[in-house]
Design a protein around this ligand. Structure first.
Ligand code: FE
Ligand code: FE
Ligand code: ZN
Length: 277
């Protein structure tokens, strides 16, 4: 089982690798820069190389970088769109130091321009930021559909991918809290939701899962994460999710409201619920 959680990059890359090991994880997610935006720290190559050797020694298959929340490629403000371009191009360039991993971003908010225009802007953005020679898979995250957020419906993600030229560089990260808040009933109809995902996007695009319970109920469109088993989704649904045949080989990332010890406990719990095939 590939499982980990969100970690802070503040002490460097190798430190995240060591932290992951301490809490029983074999992957992790991190923000490429301050989640509210701003400049990324210069990368220390020795530090990255140390992480690479930790990953190799401990059989870490893949790690997931997360773009800052402020990145909005479909803003109506050109400067905001430019920041999105600069931040993601820079992030993807840095990711080449860790080839073969994943980079996740929130598709964006159309801020009143309408979802059709938003989708078009996101595809144009991807057409300018993705490069044939890169070694990272860029993931669109499924969103709760809060406000003018794009990505609350599978159709929107499919349309973005459809408008993007370098489709082999693209995938999707499914966030359990987001899809549940967006109205997809993964508690009672997990198989049907995955069939719908497959029909509209294609299950082969699914590359990672954000495992979060939800503070709210199905279709609430709120996006407030809760600890595993303590929210609207509940532990039994998570047991089905981590053992599902289409999902079980994917990397799972916790983004629950926890400190390290809380994450360690959730990882232990989920590993206990994992069944052999
Ligand atoms: Fe996210
Ligand atoms: Fe998420
Ligand atoms: Zn969220």
């Amino acid at each position: 089982m590939i499982i980990g959680c969100h970690l802070s990059v503040s002490k460097g890359f190798a430190a995240m690798g060591r932290q992951a090991l301490e809490i029983g994880a074999n992957t992790f997610q991190f923000f490429t820069r301050n989640p509210r935006g701003g400049k990324a720290k210069d990368i220390d190559e020795a530090d990255v190389n140390e992480l690479k050797s930790i990953m190799l020694k401990n059989d870490f298959k893949v790690i997931l970088a997360h773009a800052p929340y402020t990145l909005n490629p479909c803003s109506n403000d050109e400067r905001v769109r430019e920041f999105a371009f600069e931040a993601m191009s820079d992030d993807l360039k840095r990711m080449e130091l860790l080839p073969g991993n994943l980079y996740n971003f929130h598709p964006g908010c159309h801020v009143g321009q309408g979802s059709e225009r938003g989708i078009q802007l996101i595809s144009e953005f991807l057409n300018s930021v993705l490069r044939e020679d890169m070694h990272t898979t860029v993931l669109l995250e499924t969103m709760a559909g809060k406000g003018s957020e794009i990505g609350g419906r599978f159709e929107e993600l499919a349309a973005i991918i459809d408008g993007t030229k370098l489709k082999d560089k693209l995938g999707v990260c499914l966030d359990t809290c987001h899809v549940f808040d967006g109205g997809y009933d993964i508690v009672n109809r997990l198989e049907a939701v995955l069939e719908e995902f497959d029909r509209i996007i294609g299950i082969e695009r699914l590359k990672a899962i954000h495992l979060n319970d939800s503070m709210n109920s199905l279709g609430s469109r709120k996006d407030r994460h809760q600890k595993i088993g303590q929210g609207g989704i509940g532990l039994e649904a998570f047991e089905r999710i981590i053992n599902n045949k289409s999902l079980r080989e994917l990397p799972f990332y916790l983004e629950t409201p926890n400190e390290l010890d809380g994450y360690a406990e959730e990882i232990r719990l989920l590993k206990k619920l994992r069944r052999a095939v």
